[in-house]
Design a protein around this ligand. Sequence first.
Ligand SMILES: Cc1cc2nc3c(=O)[nH]c(=O)nc-3n(C[C@H](O)[C@H](O)[C@H](O)COP(=O)(O)OP(=O)(O)OC[C@H]3O[C@@H](n4cnc5c(N)ncnc54)[C@H](O)[C@@H]3O)c2cc1C
Length: 545
Amino acid sequence: MLRNPDEFFGGWLYLYLVDMELSEFTRAAVLSRDSKFLRALTVTLLIAQCLLLPSAHAAALGDDIGFSRAGVARKLLQQSLSGCLSSSGARLVFPGDSSYDSARGHVFNHRYLYNPAAFVFATTTAHVQRAVQCAVQLNVGIAPRSGGHSYEDYSLGGRDGVIVVDLEGMNSVSYDSGSKIATVGGGTRLGPLKLALWKQGKVTIPAGTCPSVGVGGHSLGGGWGFVSRKWGLMADSLVSVELVTANGTVVTASSSQNSDLLFALKGAGANSFGIVTKFFFKTYDVSKNVTFFQYNYGKTEQAQTLRAYQRWGVSASADVSASLFHNPTGDNFIWGIYLGPKSNLRTVLKTFFDNAPATPSATTEIESDYITSVLINAGFKQTDPIDTLNLQNYVYESRTFKSKSIFVKGSGWSEQGIQAYIDALGKGPTANTYMIFDLFGGSGSFINSVASGSTGFVHRDSLFSIQMFTYWNDRPQDATADLNWIQGIWNTVRPYSSGEAYQNYIDSDMPLSAYYASNLDRLKTVKRKWDPSNIFNFPKSIPLN
Ligand SMILES: Cc1cc2nc3c(=O)[nH]c(=O)nc-3n(C[C@H](O)[C@H](O)[C@H](O)COP(=O)(O)OP(=O)(O)OC[C@H]3O[C@@H](n4cnc5c(N)ncnc54)[C@H](O)[C@@H]3O)c2cc1C
């Protein structure tokens, strides 16, 4: 390993430190041969090597019996992290621990599964503060995890070697009927949240349909669901937060306190400015019955259904939110929620039916209380107990996937765009690929009534967002075809769409301008003020410049 004794300080130590992934500052000190610093460092390393890792030390001399300097570096880092983090009292999990793989696998996409340096299972704000302080002290990356549904596994940091702060244990929900404000822990899942609000006051917060998605990532990136056209995105309901900042202190962000932070967190808040430990949301009354609907059509009718959906969508009542589903094998249906009785449903959907294929192949119209519609939308039966939604700590079915998104403005796609899309869709490689058109806009939509510069969520003039999804799970041989297809269909529809994309369907291939557009400069200003050393970062975080 050491061929020239002169290299001892600048060579051996440098290699050691590179492996240890110590700070740029430390490396600079070694290279500049700051003798005092180097002596201290050498003593520390030799003690660590001799006392803690005798076999590794011996192997280092031989260099040929499997000794891994990276392994030693990881061990030392682990010891430093353990020393720093353990004083908080939070449950910790490190590489090599028996629960490490399950801690790491507690995410929705199993495509990346990065290797965190530590998991901190926080149950108090103080636990989160300590984790941030240790990340800063030891110059290690940090990533909060709420529901773990990031499409690119960014709650594992988006790279190896970070501290993951799992917020699952911070999941209390309390509703104050006087102020109509809900206080929600940073790791609460949407199912348990909607259930608790229903039980506490028959109220809700607009949010997505999947009950295991976490409030953390979801609300900080927008959060679209089946009452969003009426009451907005989940981010639009956010009135204030408790946030642990880069220097480990706790601040409130609201319209009267640190309002620049609140602006940024409402749409651009995922791991860029701090860790939100508590959310305060305004709520909406859902004590009246609602109607779930779904209409299925045939494979050859995909273009016509889309045409009808667009025509209806531009002037749809805000009381209806809906999505359209297509896949290459021909599935073709529209479904959603109407905040009203079944008897009036056909009236609010009239423009759709006037243009849709004459007869659906299947029709579902279910009037129920609100929480039952949440249950149905989550894929459960109408007759299942509502407590089925209590999916806190849910362990995911493993998925390996790629998703992309794009927003469509104005009155939707031209006829040429629709034809190009239908052609590309039909070339989809498997049944495990699909497109979902979520209606955001239309004349009555609350989402588009909010000015694009007033929150971090800039996309306020779109008709719909399209999610493109492909998964191959245990068929790795299909990955290339699936990836080519999804990129191909995105390229096909791009000329007929805006270049914007939805940050909650985060995609490592997209530039930040697609997610934040004209808000990006202001978000960078907020970033420089609140996180000037860029402690909170991942591949798609808001940068300093
Ligand atoms: C099955 C499924 C269904 C979905 N349905 C919808 C839908 O109906 N509507 C919709 O709009 N979106 C939907 N999404 C997308 C979803 O909103 C995003 O994936 C969202 O980021 C997930 O949030 P999370 O907390 O579960 O994820 P995480 O992976 O835990 O977090 C996502 C990002 O936010 C950061 N983060 C998490 N918590 C905090 C916090 N407290 N403070 C600061 N940063 C934090 C993480 O570090 C990470 O970068 C769906 C996703 C899946 C997988």
